[in-house]
Ligand binder design. Structure first.
Ligand code: GAP
Length: 447
């Protein structure tokens, strides 16, 4: 099995991630986070929020609605341009994203370029393609009392979309935040939340989903200073990814995206690429969105998005630097970094070497023997005490101690605390370290 297969299997076996709607045969491109997965996901999101919002004075948080006025997507350009190149095999009718079944092309691949590659259909092996068509990835829904037999006009009037990026919930609140808080430029607005994309080919486990979670900041700057702020944001991303989440610098690569491959709103984009187990892939993007969005909102809404500098009196529409990251991609980067195998055969040990700030539990507490009431009683006391102090402490009295260690290694618990007969005498416990397997005797009061 490949490393990715091992991670997928561990995620299901130990309750981190399950395929979405598994019991009904699944729902392509969706994933459900299980009890341990949601804990780690939340910790990643909380670390991001603390680093970029709580610990700073220049970034404000918002939590905007997922369903927005459809004019949002006209102004943002998503209605017209948020589309991927769809190609259909005329033999078996399978549909693919053209740039994903060929090498070296971006979303702007043309029919002629595609046909010249002589790509065979990944499903039936034939080479008989229709033309490339642009497929808009926004999920459409109807808001309000629309019935299936209503005429087209009524249905169209009520069309709305599930947001394809959280960013627009930030841009549309720019003026509200300015009016409520009078921030000095540069300042940012941050948001975490779900985004939806009807991907033609969801794939690579949680890397390309139809429903994902994004963490985005729109950092509003004076246009004259965009370059220095871009560099500032670029350095901050490294501080967060490497310093807070522990991703190895050697596995992170920056890709300056050429103009032809950039999103319609961007004048400069750096993609942060990560060495995932199945190869290098995009982790996050850092884009210079200029005044594209605020300018469009001003035109579409008729309301000014200008900002007046309190000191100089200069009036301008702020430009925007946007770091945007998908939580699922970050989650996989964290898991891939932590996943370790040691030893071989019966001695093989799978360890999730998660940093302590991201591990689902800080301690696992257990009695050495489950059938000795005095040990169980003391262990419960220790468990309750640690839980009160740290919250994220788990209990395990299943199987033998070796099996418990194995399970805790796989879910990334840094320390296992075992209560034995000596504990009853001297109030010390055995603390076993996940990464070294070293056991030390520690006074309970010192845990
Ligand atoms: N607001 C800008 C924006 O949405 P993007 O490059 O389309 O830009 C930003 O997406 C990030 O969101 C990506 O770098 C990735 O981490 C995440 N992302 C985008 N589409 C995704 C998908 N289908 N599945 C999982 N994550 C996705």
């Amino acid at each position: 099995m490949s490393k990715l297969d091992n991670i997928v299997s561990l995620c299901k076996r130990r309750g981190f991630i399950f395929p979405g709607s598994d019991v009904y045969g699944g729902m392509a491109g969706t994933w459900d986070f299980g009890p341990l997965g949601v804990t780690v996901k939340k910790k990643i999101m909380d670390e991001w929020w603390k680093f970029f919002v709580e610990d700073r004075e220049d970034i404000y948080g918002v939590d905007a609605a997922i369903i927005m006025n459809p004019r949002t997507w006209v102004a943002s350009g998503h209605t017209a341009t948020f589309a991927d190149p769809l190609v259909e095999c005329k033999e078996c009718k399978s549909r693919f994203r053209a740039d994903k079944i060929t090498e070296g092309f971006s979303e702007s691949i043309t029919t002629e370029e595609f046909l010249n590659t002589h790509t065979k259909c990944p499903n039936c092996g034939k080479e008989n393609w229709g033309p490339i068509r642009k497929f808009n990835m926004m999920f459409v829904t109807h808001v309000g009392a629309v019935l299936p037999d209503d005429d087209k006009e009524i249905a169209e009037k009520n069309i709305a979309y599930l947001r394809p990026e959280t960013a627009q919930g930030i841009f549309t609140n720019f003026k509200n935040v300015v009016d409520a808080f009078y921030p000095d430029v540069p300042f940012g607005i941050a948001q975490q939340g779900k985004a939806f994309r009807n991907e033609i080919s969801p794939r690579d486990f949680i890397l390309r989903d139809r429903e994902c979670s994004q963490m985005e900041i729109e950092y509003f700057v004076n246009p004259k200073t965009w370059e220095e702020n871009f560099e500032k944001m670029r350095a901050l991303q490294h501080d967060f990814l490497e310093g807070v989440l522990g991703l190895p610098a050697k596995n992170l690569h920056e890709l300056d995206v050429p103009a032809a491959d950039r999103a319609h709103y961007s004048k400069r984009t750096i993609d942060f690429m990560f060495d995932y187990p199945n190869g290098e892939g995009e982790l996050m993007g850092l884009a210079y969105r200029t005044d594209f969005d605020l300018g469009n909102i001003a035109r579409e809404s008729g309301k000014s998005m200008e900002y007046r500098d309190k000191v100089t009196g200069e009036t301008f529409t702020p430009h925007v630097i946007e770091p945007s990251i998908g939580v699922e991609r970050l989650f996989l980067a964290v898991l891939a970094t932590a996943y370790t195998e040691e030893g071989k055969g019966d001695d093989k040990r799978v360890i999730l070497k998660l940093p302590e700030n991201l591990a689902p539990f800080k301690y696992c507490v257990s009695p050495l023997l489950k059938n000795k009431p005095e040990l169980v009683k003391k262990a419960k006391e220790v468990y309750k005490k640690l839980r009160k102090k740290y919250n994220n402490v788990t209990w395990d009295d299943s199987g033998n101690i070796g099996k418990r260690y194995k399970k805790q290694d796989e879910i990334g618990t840094p320390k296992c605390v075992v209560i034995d007969f000596d504990t009853l005498e001297d109030n010390t416990v055995t603390v076993r370290d996940r990464d070294t397997t070293k056991q030390t005797r520690v006074d309970i009061a010192k845990l």
